[in-house]
Design a protein around this ligand. Structure first.
Ligand SMILES: [Zn+2]
Length: 257
């Protein structure tokens, strides 16, 4: 009887020890996360979303609602044909399964912009995109990667939980400042880092955030063409130890919400 009691106590203490040090993981049990963050909401997003859907990865799409349906004549110099922003009427259906996020109303650089204009840029984009999304916007990407302290404060005050920069970290560490979230790498330099990330074997939580613009794949240049895009997405896809997630959902998880 005494031995049985000791056995039970020992078993209980092992259980407690196990509970005290749970292995931290993402909701699917993974310790790695992959986020794709794409800017501007141009018509090439249609093709990129198709690829994301084919390989079941998740994108965060940062949109400028003040520019919907407008033409981008400068794009011809890069891709051979003028560009165009997507239409407002297609936003909801196009980005099903992905995150609709803000990139400001009309894409001014945020550093040094006056407070009233900053507030307007944030409020207008939210006003148009939130009803389409069907819930409050969570994620933001600074237009032109341009921001300062005042911009960070106002983006947070506007209710965003995270704001992406264009300053590549080239590592897989969790973001520390959500209002200046430095991504891992632009897609054109991503392949070597993808290989590193797939080989990473760690119990620590990590994240790889890839960013860019879908129109860049129309450049048909090295590391900026659609075959490259597909190879990149395919290489990262269908891994059991990766959580494919939007920027907003990722930060909500880190904040325990
Ligand atoms: Zn942009």
């Amino acid at each position: 009887m005494k031995n049985l009691l000791i056995t039970i106590l020992m078993a209980a203490s092992f259980t407690c020890a196990a509970n005290k040090a749970p292995l931290k993981s993402y909701p699917n049990g993974a310790t790695k996360a992959v986020i794709f963050s794409y800017d501007d909401g141009v018509t090439q997003d249609r093709k990129l979303v198709e690829l994301f859907n084919k390989y079941q990865v998740v994108g965060t799409f940062n949109l400028n609602s003040g520019l919907f349906a407008k033409k981008l004549p400068w794009m011809k110099a890069f891709t051979g044909k003028a560009g165009e922003y997507i239409k407002q009427s297609e936003v909801k259906a196009l980005y099903i399964g992905h995150e609709i996020a803000s990139h400001s109303y009309s894409h001014p650089g945020f550093a040094g912009l006056d407070t009233a204009e900053l507030k307007l840029q944030l409020a207008r984009d939210k006003q148009i995109l939130s009803p389409i999304k069907g819930s409050p916007l969570n994620s933001f990407a600074y237009p032109l990667g341009s921001y300062d302290k005042a911009a960070m404060t106002l983006v947070k005050q506007a209710g965003f939980t995270n704001a992406r920069t264009v300053n590549d970290t080239l590592n897989f560490k969790l973001p520390t400042n959500y209002m200046a979230w430095n991504p891992t790498v632009h897609h054109s330099n991503a392949m070597p880092l993808i290989e590193q990330y797939l080989a990473l074997n760690s119990n620590e939580l990590s994240v790889m955030m890839i960013w860019g613009h879908s129109w860049e794949f129309d450049k048909n240049a090295e590391n900026n063409n659609w075959d490259y895009a597909e190879k990149l997405i395919q290489t990262l896809s269908y891994k059991d130890d990766i959580w494919y997630v939007s920027a907003g959902e990722f930060i909500a998880f880190l904040e325990g919400k």
